[in-house]
Design a protein around this ligand. Structure first.
Ligand code: SAM
Length: 202
């Protein structure tokens, strides 16, 4: 049967905590696969914000969301896509979102599209700032997931920094885990952080 892929594992962690009517953030929209996943899980009474610094990525995501809305009218949460760095998420989402968000998903690295500029990648400093912001936005029991890519240039240092950030959090405030294939050092892996105090953080 095999283990879940890193993307499926991240979806499982986020989906288990994001109920219909809930709030979620895609911190790295890219082609919008995670955005659509979150919008389906949150449903029409929920809400999703998405961030990407590349207008081309947001265009691909908008296309994906439009097709999904045509296929299943009324099934998705309202989605707000912002052409902004995820480092600004705390200021960019409505003030009443603070402490209420069920899931914030990061998928680091470059835009996975054929004609994408693969020199545009997530950067450690803004990634870590965004992760701090994400933690402030989470409700107790909510989760931050990050798919990390140590196999590309710059991705190894960023992955190590995210891992160190997650490991440094006070255990009373949050619980951090890692999901990683031990025999392939360059394979993508997941770090996830659950905020303490909720239904699933006993
Ligand atoms: C691996 S891709 C995301 C893949 C996406 N989940 C999908 O379904 O296609 C990473 C994305 O992060 C974006 N990105 C890079 N720096 C960013 C930043 N500071 N804030 C938000 N997005 C950023 C890139 O433009 C790229 O589209």
């Amino acid at each position: 049967m095999g283990f879940l892929s890193v993307l499926s594992f991240a979806h499982k962690l986020a989906g288990e905590r994001l109920d219909a009517g809930g709030r979620a953030i895609d911190a790295t929209v890219g082609t919008g696969a995670d955005t659509l996943f979150l919008a389906k899980a949150a449903g029409p009474r929920g809400g999703v914000f998405g961030f990407d610094i590349q207008p081309a990525a947001l265009g691909l995501a908008e296309d994906r969301l439009r097709l999904a809305r045509e296929e299943s009218p009324g099934a998705l949460a309202p989605v707000t896509l912002l052409a902004q760095s995820h480092a600004a998420m705390l200021e960019a989402v409505p003030p009443d979102w603070r402490g209420t968000v069920s899931a914030v998903m990061f998928n680091l690295g470059y835009l996975p599209a054929a004609d994408a500029d693969k020199t545009i990648i997530t950067e450690t400093a803004s990634t870590l700032a965004a992760m701090d912001a994400a933690l402030a936005l989470l409700r107790p029991g909510g989760i931050v997931t990050a798919v990390l890519y140590p196999g590309h240039s710059g991705g190894d240092a960023e992955a190590a920094a995210v891992e160190a950030w997650a490991a440094s959090l006070a255990p009373q405030a949050a619980q951090s885990i890692i999901y990683r294939q031990l025999q392939r050092a360059n394979a993508p892996y997941v770090v996830a952080v659950e905020k303490k105090g909720g239904r699933s953080s006993a």
